[in-house]
Design a protein around this ligand. Structure first.
Ligand code: FE2
Length: 292
């Protein structure tokens, strides 16, 4: 296994140095240490836990699983692009659809428009600091497309199989960038990200799109991933990992006793065309916005 990246101390104003940009261009990811202060990490976590507290599991029993992709056939999931909805861990629901663990331990993630609809996450997601980071990566007209709060619950936090974010959020030309904020320490034990360093220079392998009311996956290139070469992107609470849209990345199931909370934002460039058969659609009253 390769060693985890050293990363860079986070720039106070969010602006990237030429060394940081060169690192991102070479590896397909950039780790900025201490980007978010611990008090803010805790505030996001408390807000996410309050959202879960208000949630009635009877409303939605959609299980999010990247291995079975059962969620992709589900209207509750597919209609969540401009909503705040909760998705359950596969191992938190029995054959009758009943929770097998307490509600607070059953949620896989919240998505996908927290950055527009939740005041706490909106304030966190729209800052001049983040705008400078996005500009430093090369987004000319950054737009906030998708947000997720990911719990990676103790013992049952599900695996996320190797993928490129461009598979799910495609623009022409390609522009999606992921920002992955560690709200708790993420290690190989509790399911940290792994990435195939430098493989963002390869082709987009798959394309997920809507077709006649279904979600289908087109194979664009069938070269298999070499997951054994994955680099663990260990992160401490407050670090951010910037991910290129073609970078293959994945995370293992969390079988440890520690949770691994993270918040993610996916940005696209408004100068590029968002494909209207992407899974994530927003209503006309919810146009995409940038950092202001
Ligand atoms: Fe991803």
């Amino acid at each position: 296994m390769n060693t985890h990246p050293a990363g860079f101390p986070a720039p106070a104003d969010g602006g990237l140095t030429p060394e940081m940009r060169a690192s991102f261009d070479r590896d397909g990811y950039l780790v900025l240490r201490g980007y978010v202060d611990p008090v803010t990490c805790d505030a996001l976590r408390e807000r996410a836990e309050a959202i879960v507290d208000e949630f009635d599991p009877a409303e939605a029993t959609t299980i999010f699983s990247t291995t079975t992709r059962a969620h992709s056939a589900d209207a509750y999931f597919r209609g969540s692009g401009d909503k705040v909805r909760l998705f359950l861990e596969e191992e938190a629901v029995d054959a009758d659809g009943k929770l097998t663990v307490e509600k607070a331990r059953a949620v896989n993630k919240i998505g996908h428009a927290m950055h527009d609809l939740d005041p706490v996450f909106e304030a966190f997601s729209r800052t001049a600091k983040l705008a400078r980071t996005a500009a430093g990566i090369g987004l000319a007209e950054p737009l906030l497309l998708q947000s997720m709060y990911i719990f990676k619950q103790p013992k049952i936090g599900g695996e996320v199989i190797c993928h490129q974010d461009g598979t799910f959020l495609l623009t022409q030309p390609e522009s999606v960038i992921g920002l992955w904020f560690a709200l708790e320490d993420a290690t190989p034990e509790n399911g940290c990200l792994f990435a195939l360093r430098g493989e963002h220079t390869g082709p987009l392998r798959l394309r997920n799109r809507q077709s006649d009311g279904e979600l289908v996956m087109d194979v664009l290139d069938d070269t298999p991933w070499d997951e054994q070469s994955g680099v663990p992107l260990e992160a401490s609470k407050g670090d951010v990992v910037v991910l290129h849209g073609r970078l293959p990345h994945f995370s293992a199931a969390n079988r440890s006793a520690a949770s691994r909370h993270a918040y993610t934002l996916h940005l696209i460039d408004g100068a590029c065309r968002y494909l209207d058969d992407n899974w994530l659609v927003r209503g006309p009253d919810m146009p995409l916005r940038g950092f202001t």
